[in-house]
Design a protein around this ligand. Structure first.
Ligand code: DLZ
Length: 205
């Protein structure tokens, strides 16, 4: 055994076919971001989440993630946005509509409207340490804010923010390592985590 680190697969085979999942990603360090988003989407789909129920939005940098995530959770819904099919065609952070009623958590056929609430939100950003304290401040505030949002709203927010000390650390955590070791795409883990956590919330009501 070379390492004891890492995620152990769940014993439960979660079914994402009734889930709606939002991905909000930053646009800093785009090459890494794109791989992470693609990894998350691949696992969501593998677990049965319908393409029409995956909504992807972008923000400039990781610092903007908590605001955007909070606007995508019931009480402040996104009106316009892009589903996964739009990922290839460009990303934009949609306009926000007035409050909508919350969805009841009754399992049933998933509906595709963009105004429906989400069962989980994945926040994806790539922070790479520079010469100043910027990195520390953003890491600290974003991680606390994302945790607060999920505890305050009851909607799982998956922490898809890499806090890397070097470019190589970031690349390896997106499966893009430059050496022999390509690393592992953590976006895949975040997709699985979203289905697992979203399923718990859906079942518990
Ligand atoms: C300013 C900044 C810096 C220096 N580095 C990053 C980074 O590595 N990753 C990232 O996602 N965003 C970075 N940003 C941008 C901030 O997150 C934010 O967009 C700006 O400070 C504007 O609020």
């Amino acid at each position: 055994m070379s390492t004891i680190k890492g995620l152990t697969a769940s014993q439960v085979n979660y079914d994402g076919s009734n889930l709606r999942v939002a991905i909000v990603h930053a646009r800093w360090n785009t090459a890494v971001i794109e791989a992470l988003v693609a990894g998350a989407v691949a696992k969501l789909k593998e677990k049965g989440v319908k393409e029409s129920n995956i909504v992807i939005e972008s923000v400039p940098g990781s610092y903007e993630l908590p605001f955007a995530v909070s606007r995508m959770i019931p009480g402040s819904h996104i009106q316009a946005g892009s589903n996964v099919a739009d990922l290839l065609g460009g990303l934009s952070f949609g306009a926000v509509s007035p409050k909508q009623p919350s969805r009841t958590n009754t399992p049933g056929p998933a509906s595709g409207g963009l105004n429906q609430p989400f069962d989980a939100v994945i926040a994806i950003g790539v922070l790479i340490k520079g010469a100043t304290m910027h990195f520390e401040y953003i890491c600290e505030s974003v991680s606390h804010a994302l945790m607060k949002i999920q505890l305050d709203t009851g909607v799982p927010v998956i922490f898809g923010v890499l806090t890397a000390l070097t470019d190589d650390q970031a690349l390896e955590r997106a499966g893009l390592g430059r050496g022999d070791n390509k690393g592992h795409n953590h976006g895949e883990d975040w997709g699985l985590a979203a289905v697992e956590m979203g399923s718990h919330v859906l079942l518990m009501g």
